[in-house]
Design a protein around this ligand. Structure first.
Ligand code: NOJ
Length: 538
């Protein structure tokens, strides 16, 4: 495995920076807070961390509205704090992936301010998507596109023109047909690569190119697409549109491939591309494009053996022809927390434990969202406390419920070690989260944290001796899914993972003793309990 790039088998931990660890007591997580908690992550056994945006930003979308791509927002620290944190992470053997937001900037970015000042027809306006409106007085938006966060995707400025924002009005879309935009982003990538980052997570990677002429979305599609998917994501974000997954995005990633390849150390990028099929996703990871793309099919699957099997089959069928390795994602800061998504109370927890074991047994790379290793549930945030622009724009209850600051200490009251005592986190934590804290779970050998630690440790031991392919294994029950990875070294055993999505216990005695199970006592008398999973050497 010596020549294999690190990211092909890496487990990457997603840090939602605002909610991870607050070093200075302002209620918002920061880079120094991350640095303090790096030993926790090294101990957990992950290989890499991905940091959500910490750049200068008015925080209209909590950092996904970048005003200066080459600086750290004072809320999170400074470039010097970033460099220190990066050096400490590297010392602990952790790679660092930073978020890059190329689809849009903040409306406070100097380019956008210059565009407003320069007026219609100016070269400054051509870096963004400005258009005249429709109707006799130009008082109607240029087309019928809707923002992913709700409401029209256009805002009118004082001189009467409109600008496009697929997200919040504080996030104007760049015009990637303008070569200046591509040049600027190459320079931004190089700025962070020169500082030593190991990779990038590309925000809205499928959105950069727009269909020429900016045609209306079909009215029928528009009317049909407002439901929430099981993961909590609006179907609007997924449906075919003249601004998603246009062929020209691939030219951007071919260029980025060359940029990454001009650095030592297997630098990489992973696409956040919400596209409907594994096959479409695989276009982003062709040999001359990006290294990885998030496989959201895994988090969109319901608790169903048939669905999990299908995702595995489709994923390998798509990635193998392009020579890429798969990724697996159970959650992130945009979707419903895993334990809640899989069911109420103990059922959801049992299933989340099993889904984690399945994900960590699969070949490829896994992305773990902070707090999933603690089994944190989705929180119903009171209206008065909601911060997500999605809520403000009428696009749903918002995503605050999966972004509650992490409880570290087993205290009786917030902030549970998230920040210094007495500081109030930017989103309120439930009063009983001391019991879910890292400190509490470290004392409990049956906790979610203990399970993640064991699974990650075992995975590290096993992966060098396991092949990159999976074979689905028939276990005689439709609602059980199982897969095997063969050993690469003669005479050694492979790994079999069995997940019981059904309502009855199923026999697994023929596989021998499990080397890891999703919970205590889930294998008894040679049978695997409902909602449980096990790893076997077979
Ligand atoms: C995807 C990010 O994950 C999400 O949090 C953000 O709101 C949108 N992109 C817009 O940047």
């Amino acid at each position: 495995m010596t020549n294999v790039p690190w990211w092909r088998h890496a487990v990457c931990y997603q840090i939602y920076v605002r909610s991870f660890a607050d070093s200075d007591g302002d209620g918002v997580g920061d880079l120094a807070g991350i640095a303090q908690r790096l030993p926790y992550l090294a101990d957990l056994g992950v290989d890499a961390i991905w940091l959500t945006p910490f750049y200068r930003s008015p925080q209209a979308d909590h950092g996904y509205d970048v005003a200066d791509y080459r600086d750290v927002d004072p809320l999170f620290g400074s470039l010097a704090t970033f460099d220190e944190m990066l050096a400490q992470a590297h010392e602990l053997g952790l790679r660092v992936i930073v978020d890059i937001v190329p689809n849009h900037s903040s409306d406070q970015h100097e380019w956008f301010r210059a565009a407003l000042a320069a007026g219609p027809g100016s070269p400054e306006r051509e870096r963004y998507v400005f258009r005249d409106g429709r109707g006799a007085d130009g008082g109607k938006p240029p087309n019928n596109w809707q923002s992913v966060f709700g409401g029209p995707a256009w805002t009118q400025v004082d001189d009467g023109q409109w600008y496009l924002h697929l997200f919040d009005s504080g996030q104007p879309d760049f015009d990637w047909d303008n070569p200046e935009v591509g040049d600027e982003f190459e320079s931004i990538l190089r700025f962070w690569l020169d500082r030593g980052v190991d990779g990038f997570r590309i925000d809205v990677a499928h959105g950069l190119a727009k269909e020429s002429g900016l045609p209306d979305v079909d009215e029928f599609v528009l009317a049909a697409a407002d439901d929430l998917t099981p993961s909590g994501l609006s179907a609007r974000a997924l449906a075919a549109r003249p601004y998603w997954d246009q062929p020209a995005v691939h030219d951007v990633y071919r260029r980025w491939h060359r940029v990454l390849g001009s650095y030592e150390g297997d630098r990489m990028a992973i696409a956040e591309a919400w596209v409907p099929t594994a096959e479409t996703l695989a276009r982003y990871i062709r040999r001359d494009e990006l290294q990885q793309a998030f496989n959201f099919l895994w988090l969109q699957a319901e608790w169903s053996a048939a669905q999990f099997r299908q995702v595995i089959v489709d994923t390998f069928a798509a990635v193998e022809p392009v020579g890429a390795s798969p990724t697996w994602v159970l959650a992130n800061h945009d979707v419903i927390r895993t334990v809640t998504r899989y069911g109420d109370g103990p059922v959801g927890v049992a299933r989340a434990r099993s889904a984690a074991l399945a994900m960590l047994a699969l070949p490829g790379s896994a992305y773990v969202y902070q707090g999933d290793e603690l089994g944190l549930p989705q929180i119903d945030v009171a209206e008065a406390d909601r911060q997500d622009p999605t809520w403000r724009r009428g696009g749903g209850v918002g995503r605050d419920g999966c972004r509650i600051p992490i409880p570290w200490a087993a205290d009786d009251a917030p902030p549970f070690g998230f920040g210094p005592n007495g500081s109030a986190p930017w989103l309120p934590q439930p009063s009983d989260w001391g019991a879910r804290s890292v400190a509490s779970q470290e004392r409990d050998p049956e906790s979610m944290l203990a399970l993640y630690r064991s699974a990650l440790r075992l995975r590290r031991e096993l992966v060098p001796g396991l092949g990159d392919r999976v074979t689905l294994v028939e276990r005689g029950a439709a609602d059980v899914f199982a897969f095997a990875r063969a050993a690469t070294r003669p005479g050694e055993s492979g790994l079999v993972c069995v997940v019981n999505c059904g309502a009855a216990a199923v026999p697994v005695g023929d596989l021998g003793e499990p080397i890891l199970t999703s919970g205590p006592g889930v294998v008894s008398d040679g049978a695997l309990a409902p909602d449980a999973a096990g790893w076997f050497r077979a």
